[in-house]
Design a protein. Structure first.
Length: 103
């Protein structure tokens, strides 16, 4: 993503906003935000600041939390993302762990 111009990086925002609006209208959208390119890569022995996805061929550009009846419905919703439909992105779909207490 850091190699793309701002125009290239942000050209898909209008269609993504339209998709999010459809999730809001259907009652499936809870929240989401884009993520900035900068960040830190943290391991046991070091903290690197050469981008959040050092040595990776892909990165996480944002997240959405949606409401779905089950994992299959959530996957179907994610598959309708316009970036997925155009072959420009993949989506990882996971349930949120609830009821776990960290001490």
């Amino acid at each position: 993503m850091s190699k793309l111009s701002n125009e290239e990086r942000f050209s898909n925002i209008p269609m993504m906003l339209k998709w999010v609006d459809s999730l809001i209208e259907s009652g499936n959208y809870i929240m989401g935000e884009p993520l900035l390119i900068r960040g830190r890569y943290v391991s046991k022995d070091q903290i690197l600041s050469d981008g959040p996805f050092i040595e990776a061929h892909e990165g996480i550009s944002g997240y959405e939390i949606i409401r779905a009846e089950n994992l299959d419905q959530a996957a179907a919703i994610a598959q309708n993302c316009p970036l997925v439909q155009r072959g420009l992105a993949v989506r990882e779909v996971r349930p949120i762990a609830t009821g776990i207490r960290c001490i």
